[in-house]
Ligand binder design. Structure first.
Ligand code: G6P
Length: 368
């Protein structure tokens, strides 16, 4: 069927605005409302005993996987390796017997991810796909699939596929944490509860669209370089923010772990460099706040995404702040993905680039 833009100027905008809906759809498939918890379909491995997880993907999907690594290690107590499929497939990696390999892919057709899956099968791994295209090769060849119910994604820059991948990984984390006895009942209820709030919180985040457009036009359109900083699960989001901006606006951007700033990127900071800081109120907030101070001390233009408390703490330092809803830190990466997408989108629109079909990029990289 023909897919329209639903009144939006670009598919990317339509897909960003669909997120409350598709996040809810993806969650509903795994949330059991009577037990008020997450139940996964039967999987061909024992979640209680799986010794190790290897998370593999390309591009934006790989950054969802990096968030998944942080979550699974922290809340399910499982060691997780993370790799880019193009590196993994040629490295002849040593794998733990009976391990679980997770392949994340919107299209299910990315050549490197598929090759990595075939390698893992030969290595005796249980192969789980987190896939948006149910008829795809990766969905077919994996031993089991947890679907993202994002619907067709047309914009080359991935948006709703990313946040629904995060939802599936969050559910996997809760289910494995429970199966392994790593999550007590109270924590499990807290994490599940936080997840069920995400669709309505995501809708609130979208209300910042106009404000983010204004910031994009004023501060990002003139920029030559942009830095994105975050710690913990906000680090993969910093990488995703930089990737999104590069892909569609062609502005050079780098994502960095905030704690690494002193090991290089701080040398770039001056009054011409906007620095996007992703700073939800979690146990690393104060450390990130010190990094904001360091950015500002060097004349950098800090643009901070935080909640009300965080904005209160940083508004006198930062050039711009956006106050997002206060949420459990567990689900922050899902919500903070949205302003990061909007910032890239509005910067690209204002620059007049082809947002849905950026130069040199393909929606699915099916040949190496
Ligand atoms: C391309 C797309 C990205 C996507 C990546 C991985 O680079 O432009 O948006 O994240 O491939 O694609 P996949 O379909 O495997 O998620």
């Amino acid at each position: 069927a023909m897919i329209g833009k639903g009144g939006h100027r670009h598919f990317m905008a339509k897909e960003i605005f669909e997120q409350p809906q598709v996040i809810g759809d993806t969650l509903s498939a795994m949330f059991n409302p009577t037990a008020r918890t997450i139940t996964l379909p039967d999987l061909p491995f024992d979640p209680a005993t799986v010794p190790r997880i290897t998370m593999i993907a390309c591009g934006t999907a790989s950054l969802a996987g990096m968030v998944g690594k942080y979550w699974l290690e922290r809340h399910a107590g499982i060691p997780v390796d993370w790799d880019l499929a193009s590196e993994f497939r040629y490295r002849e990696p040593v794998m733990t017997e009976g391990g679980l390999a997770v392949f994340i892919s919107q299209s299910g057709e990315t050549a490197d991810t598929l090759a990595a899956l075939r390698y893992c099968k030969q290595q005796g791994q249980y192969c789980l796909g987190i896939v948006n295209a149910p008829e795809s090769t990766i969905a077919r060849e994996a031993h089991a699939v947890l679907p993202t119910l994002a619907g067709p994604e047309i914009g080359v820059a991935s948006t709703k596929a990313f946040t629904t991948q995060l939802v599936v990984l969050a559910c996997l984390t809760i289910a494995l944490g429970k199966a392994r006895g790593a999550l007590d009942h109270e924590t499990e209820a807290r994490l599940s509860g936080a997840l069920t709030e995400v669709p309505s919180r995501a809708a609130e985040v979208l209300n910042h669209d106009e404000r983010i457009r204004a910031i994009a036009e004023e501060t990002f359109v003139p920029a030559r370089d942009v830095l994105y900083l975050g710690r913990g699960t906000s680090y993969p989001l910093a990488l995703e923010g930089a990737l999104k901006l590069k892909e569609i606006s062609y502005i050079h951007a780098e994502g960095y772990a905030a704690g690494e700033m002193k090991h290089g990127p701080i040398a770039l900071i001056d009054e011409h460099v906007p620095v996007v800081v992703i700073a939800p109120s979690d146990d690393l907030f104060e450390k990130t706040a010190s990094n904001v101070q360091e950015v500002v001390a060097r004349g950098g233009k800090a643009v901070v995404f935080a909640d009300d408390a965080g904005v209160g703490r940083l508004k006198d330092l930062a050039l711009e702040t956006i106050a997002l809803p206060a949420v459990d830190p567990f689900v922050a990466p899902i919500l903070y993905a949205i302003p990061v997408q909007l910032l890239a989108y509005h910067t690209a629109v204002a620059k007049g680039t082809d947002v849905d079909q950026p130069r040199n990029l393909a929606k699915a990289v099916t040949v190496e």
